[in-house]
Ligand binder design. Sequence first.
Ligand SMILES: NC(=O)c1ccc[n+]([C@@H]2O[C@H](COP(=O)([O-])OP(=O)(O)OC[C@H]3O[C@@H](n4cnc5c(N)ncnc54)[C@H](OP(=O)(O)O)[C@@H]3O)[C@@H](O)[C@H]2O)c1
Length: 308
Amino acid sequence: MKTVAITGVLGYSGRYVANEAVRRGWRVIGLTNSAGRLPNPARYELRPMPWSPGGESALRGVDVLVNTYWVRFSFNGAGHAAFSHSEAVDNTLALFRAAQQAGVQRVVHTSITKPDASSPLPYFSGKARLEQALAHSSLPHSILRPAVLFGDTPQESILVNNMAWSLRHLPCVGTFGSGTDYFLQPIHVQDFAELVINEIEQSEPHRVVQATGPETYSFRGLWHMLAQAVGVWRPILPMPHWVGYAAAKTLGSLMHDIMLTRDEVKGLTQNRLAVDEAPAGKRSLKQWAEQHAQQLGLAYQSELSRRR
Ligand SMILES: NC(=O)c1ccc[n+]([C@@H]2O[C@H](COP(=O)([O-])OP(=O)(O)OC[C@H]3O[C@@H](n4cnc5c(N)ncnc54)[C@H](OP(=O)(O)O)[C@@H]3O)[C@@H](O)[C@H]2O)c1
């Protein structure tokens, strides 16, 4: 039986990837710094993230490495360990080196739609740097570029859930500018997991998969679809970007969370979460939202509380 090591196996997408790997006959080892903090109901063998010296021993006996590790934004506030994009880049480079030293045969790495080495946005430049590191290495690899993940439950789907929460709880919602000239292509996390497992079985040395979903929404269109799904009507007001960001920041503070960062607003409005290529995902966000309408947006989902 072949062995796949998965970072983030106790996290969001990593859990789905692990389930799918087991379903297709792979042995799973989880790489995590959250052993003991997060539940491990599937009882995967867990090993520490291999980025300290000698860390390659965590990859002993591993055929393929799947990497979902990343941090959504940089944060250095009270009540949480600090984390940053630059640290995530350094850790991931160490992870790739460890894979090489341990003789791992393939790496399947999660990136983002439109990574860009010249972008001032560290999410997109950091992801580009990691893609380049793989391209310049001798490690055979696949790179998956998702835009936004959703599913199985509203609790997991922070962005769409919190948009639905805003629709349920606020008298109106807003778009950054018109909201009609930048787009999102959300992919169901199970579609994403299936794409990852297709890639662990590939032999081509360098593959890139646009892991986008079958529907393309303008930001305004996404508000509209979610409002219809949960059965509320709210004015969707176009706002200057800074006003929309200030509103999201205030709401996030009230919820002791970071709802959306300034950089995320920039990434979204620069149309970085949609691509021209054909989608690889099949499951519809609209159908999913209709199926989960009773629960979607009932409770706010906090990003920061996941890291406590
Ligand atoms: N979620 C989305 O909508 C979305 C959209 C586009 C691209 N992506 C990409 O998809 C990949 C997986 O995303 P995901 O949402 O499934 O990730 P996730 O579960 O939130 O994070 C994956 C793992 O990264 C580590 N991690 C996350 N935040 C951390 C922090 N603040 N400090 C230290 N470690 C942290 C955790 O590892 P431990 O096990 O050690 O705790 C976690 O299990 C990422 O590369 C992301 O860039 C996601």
